[in-house]
Design a protein around this ligand. Structure first.
Ligand SMILES: Cc1cc2nc3c(=O)[nH]c(=O)nc-3n(C[C@H](O)[C@H](O)[C@H](O)COP(=O)(O)OP(=O)(O)OC[C@H]3O[C@@H](n4cnc5c(N)ncnc54)[C@H](O)[C@@H]3O)c2cc1C
Length: 403
């Protein structure tokens, strides 16, 4: 039997792939089993010093993700002897990655794409795992999905349960039980009771922060002494009746050397515009996302301390300036352009390959693996789910072969 902790980007596909190969699996998830449309209620809270977006529920942060699917970190993973080409192709087919049909590209997104092309920037439609036939174009991708039109880790968990997996929700794994340096189970808390389940293989997919805490409680003290989170700001301004707030979000992409840009509605922009008549329908905004240096740490309570380096700020400023040019070209009144505060939505790098896990994602405790954003060796600066899926598929293949 294999125990999988967490049901997000890393855990879901592992459960699906292993059960498909007739390996018995027990999945333990800290959050509740919910409908995708209710996911916005399950965002986590951190201290006031960091604005970090993660969720605790079935599907983890993948259930509030925008469905963006891009390959990342090819060169960096090659350095550890990891070639994800086949795994990428497999998972792209599995979750149906494609650029959205023009029927799902709204007016604001088209203005972004046209402006990017006119400015000579590397501009394309974002590869997505969204089913157009179900999508109602409501702009609420980050709330979960009212129409259940996006892929999330929950889809794979449901399949795994059909294949015979045991799913235990509302159960927080605290630590891994080991004997003579070998994993043999986990302890978890459910309804205030401490319980245990036993297996000789345990995979932590509890996310960059959740996996850190479990690793530390299990004697791997160096976990979480570094962290990246792909910082972002949204920059936007006034464009009357653009109605961008109800479009599929982040359906376009501009790739710069040190940043990526994608059209993304933020209601916070309204506060920058000194005109009471401005509504959400009159705002066009762009997310600026960069790869940050891995400076910061997870404290023992699971709070995150993030340090911004000069390079981090420089890359964000470059991206924000380019977003300003695109907005102006797209017709936004330049005197209204403003930005949100600095936030993060992709925490990772807390148990990196080459430091906390080896290139098979195994820790110093035999049979204890990590497969989630924790293992990424550096910040991708772009959506990480596809890379996490491909790494987890590769790990599933390894375990199937070696079980
Ligand atoms: C609003 C938003 C939009 C995003 N959009 C995109 C996008 O479009 N494309 C993209 O690539 N990325 C996107 N991301 C980032 C992406 O969702 C995450 O990087 C990714 O889900 C991380 O995968 P993971 O497996 O590390 O963690 P998660 O997917 O968060 O999964 C971790 C799971 O572990 C559970 N857990 C935690 N602790 C414990 C414990 N002690 N015991 C048991 N279970 C535990 C959690 O409840 C959760 O289910 C977005 C993120 C946010 C917040």
């Amino acid at each position: 039997m294999i125990i999988i902790v967490g049901t997000g980007a890393g855990g879901g596909i592992l459960a699906y792939e292993l059960t498909k190969n007739n390996i018995p699996v027990t999945i333990i998830e800290k959050g509740p089993y919910i409908d995708s449309k209710d996911a916005f209620n399950y965002y986590d809270k951190y201290s006031d010093s960091v604005d970090l977006l993660t969720t605790t529920c079935i599907g983890g942060a993948s259930i509030v993700a925008m469905g963006n699917m891009v390959r990342a970190l090819d060169e960096e993973l090659h350095e550890f002897g990891i070639d994800l080409s086949d795994a990428y192709e497999y998972v792209e087919n599995l979750v149906g990655v494609h650029q959205l049909d023009d029927s799902h590209i709204g007016k604001g997104t088209q203005a972004f794409l046209d402006a990017g092309h006119e400015l000579g920037l590397k501009t394309l439609k974002m590869p997505k795992a969204i089913r157009e036939e179900d999508c109602i174009q409501c702009g609420k991708c980050a709330f979960g999905c009212p129409a259940d039109a996006k892929w999330s880790g929950k889809d794979f968990v449901d399949e795994a349960v059909k294949n015979g997996a045991t799913l235990i929700c509302d159960a927080e794994v605290v630590s891994v039980i080991s004997e003579d340096g070998k994993a043999c189970g986990v302890t978890y808390i459910k309804e205030d009771n401490e319980e245990s389940v036993y297996a000789d293989t345990v995979i932590l997919s509890a996310g960059a922060i959740g996996s850190t805490l479990i690793l530390r409680n299990s004697g791997i003290e160096d976990a979480g002494r570094e962290i990246f989170f792909d910082p972002f700001v949204s920059v936007g301004g006034y464009l009357k009746d653009i109605n961008f707030n109800t479009e599929v979000q982040m359906a376009g992409l501009v790739i710069g050397e040190n940043f990526v840009l994608s059209p993304h509605f933020s209601s916070f922009i309204r506060a920058n515009i000194p005109n009471d008549d401005v509504g959400d329908k009159d705002i066009l905004s762009i997310m600026v996302k960069t790869a940050d240096e891995c400076k910061g740490y997870v404290d023992d309570d699971g709070d995150v301390v993030k340090i911004n380096t000069i390079q981090d700020i420089r890359y964000l400023a470059e991206g924000a300036a380019t977003a300003g040019f695109i907005l102006e070209k797209a017709g936004v009144d330049p005197s209204t352009i403003g930005s949100t505060v600095y936030r993060g939505a992709h925490p990772g790098g807390t148990a990196p390959i080459g430091k906390i896990v080896d290139s098979n994602q195994e820790t110093e405790i035999e049979g204890l693996f990590v497969s989630d954003a924790s293992v990424l060796p550096v910040s991708p600066g772009k959506p990480p789910i596809l890379t996490i899926l491909a790494l987890s598929k590769r790990l599933a293949d390894y375990l199937v072969k070696n079980k």
